[in-house]
Design a protein around this ligand. Sequence first.
Ligand SMILES: [Zn+2]
Length: 373
Amino acid sequence: MSEREAIGLTKSLLRFDTVNPPGRERDCARHAGALLKEWGFRVEYHDYAQGRTSVIARAGGTREHKPLCLTGHLDVVPLGARPWTRDPFKGETDGDKLYGRGASDMKAGVAAILLACKALAKRLQGTPGIVVVLTAGEENGCIGSGHLARTELLGKAGALVVGEPTSNYPFVGHKGSLKFHARFRGVSAHGSMPQLGVNAIYKAARAVPKLEGFAFEAQAHPVMGGPTLNVGTFEGGSSVNAVPDAASIGVDIRTVPGMSHKQILERIAGLLDEAELDVFSDLPPVWTEPQDEWVQRVFDICKPYVGEAPQARTAPYMTDAANLLKVYAGAPTVVLGPGEPAMAHQTDEYCSMERIRQSVAIYEALIRDWCRA
Ligand SMILES: [Zn+2]
């Protein structure tokens, strides 16, 4: 791989506006899929909604051994309110920095996956092979991967590499997430006669301190730490001179292995007896024992790039692995990619070009290790 090629491919992906919402991953997905096809991959597309395209591409494969899966998402988050000093869609460079929305999260990771695939495509016949999964709709709750997990398209995989931003440090998992709205109903009345109504905001307000004081009945995880709960939104009422008949609280819970999301919801439903709970995201934690044989091999491969033997660490954010592992059950999983975690979702997001080059070499080594290619 030439240096120009790695940077050029990342830039070409940055030029597609896949800001989510609305997403519009189709053109970017078709571009990546066309390249994979040209390099000899068997490519399939899946649209979970109009223009919301994911790509599944395979090379090699045998009956006896499952392939290695490399995955990344194609959508990016909105530009934010603060103005950018760089063009978010041109791939401007300055020194080692390559700027753009999605440079770190995670079009550099997708480009590195693609180039590692290109380098080894011709040598995968008769080996366990690889499956590349490029998803739409990750940034709004892993919707695309959730849809893929309900199809037959994912097939099988024996291990999973998620190219999200880690500065090329291999993370062995992340917390799970449980998000819901607690909805409260009241009876509306004129604001001058509140005794004739039932105020939904008062009900919601009574619920907030219960959530703030919620005590999880869970042991802290030795690497991930403890679970967390955050009240992120509070909505209610439409007019200052009316008794509000509806209010809702948006709650984001992050869980660690060993916790039951069902039990948590049952406890919260008991605590907030005036609420209806409307769950809109329910994704389990991802965790692979660092002693796992493949994870140890990943650590060995990453060691020269990290500068020391990697330790067991986990990512602060969610990934598509939570959905893909519903199909690839039991597959050891690492989150490992060239982006800078601190740059994700930032104004003037950038990625280190040196890390993109390193990442291509790391992914190539992982594929060679898995396929003995
Ligand atoms: Zn991401």
